[in-house]
Write a protein that binds this ligand. Structure first.
Ligand code: FE2
Length: 277
């Protein structure tokens, strides 16, 4: 990286005017909005959502990032807290003002978002899964995101990839959120599920003491080949939504979910996320 040139040329940069940025975020007037109910809640699926999805992918791909999973695989520590698979690129929401507003409006119209448009805060990042990526600390298992709605814009056409939703099935009930789980820890069935969740570090923070949390975070993360995971004796997948090219999936982050990605597919999966809170 050491440079002695003391110069940089403009062609090294990726620059956009505000109109160009508006254009890459433009929604398609012919998009198809569908509200679906499912056992754990509801979600919105919008097909054919963007006018120029490839231009948006191109714009986002230029942002540098730290690949946390790769760092850990190579024995390096990483300050990034997110356990997301592959790598993420946090991108300032200033670039996505119109995209965020448009998607939030659709969420409000369909009652998936309960806030007023003017009170909403946004955060944007990409998710990138790639052939050969490793799993770190079982990050293929379900997690919850707190108090937010996520809108995933799928920017690539890749087989066997999508977003999966999981529940814990016990004799008495189905459990879809960690808040439900935390309330029922005295049920022996649920205790077993809880232990499994703790062991994978996809724990529900609401039932951990800070002490226990710190202790778990000090343990080394297991690195393994990324699996095409569809559940186990604790986690039952009840819904799988394929990451259809140029569609947007919007769901509440408090229900357990995870990225599904088939490592035998030789394609990069790329999506942009708007987190709405
Ligand atoms: Fe998530």
């Amino acid at each position: 990286m050491h440079s002695t040139s003391r110069r940089i040329t403009l062609d090294k940069f990726s620059r956009y005017t505000s109109n160009e940025l508006e254009a890459i975020c433009e929604f398609n007037p012919d998009m198809e909005v569908e509200l679906h109910k499912h056992e754990g809640g509801k979600y919105l699926k919008i097909r054919n959502v963007l006018k120029r999805p490839d231009d948006l992918a191109e714009f986002c791909s230029k942002f540098p990032c730290q690949d946390r999973n790769k760092s850990i695989e190579l024995g390096q520590s990483s300050p990034i807290k997110s356990k997301a698979p592959g790598f993420q690129q946090p991108i300032d929401d200033i670039y996505f003002t119109s995209l965020n507003k448009q998607i939030a409006k659709i969420g409000i119209q369909n009652n998936l978002i309960k806030y007023n448009l003017s009170d909403i805060k946004y955060r944007n990042y990409t998710n990138c899964c790639y052939p050969g990526m490793k799993a770190v600390a079982e990050n293929y298992k379900p997690h919850v995101d707190f108090f937010s709605t996520a809108a995933n814009f799928y920017l690539t056409d890749v087989k066997n990839t999508g977003t999966s939703f999981y529940k814990i099935e016990t004799e008495k009930r189905s459990i879809y959120t960690d808040v439900d789980l935390s309330r029922r820890l005295d049920d022996p069935d649920i205790k077993a599920a809880y232990d499994e969740i703790i062991s994978s570090k996809s724990f529900p923070p609401s039932c951990l003491t800070q002490e226990k949390y710190d202790e778990l975070m000090l343990e080394d993360d297991v690195v393994e080949d990324w699996p095409y995971w569809k559940g186990n004796n604790v986690w039952e997948r009840y819904l799988y939504i394929p990451a259809e090219y140029n569609s947007c999936l919007m769901y509440r982050g408090n229900i357990w979910h995870t990225i599904t990605y088939d490592p035998t597919v030789e394609d990069v999966r790329y999506s942009l996320v708007s987190v709405i809170r």
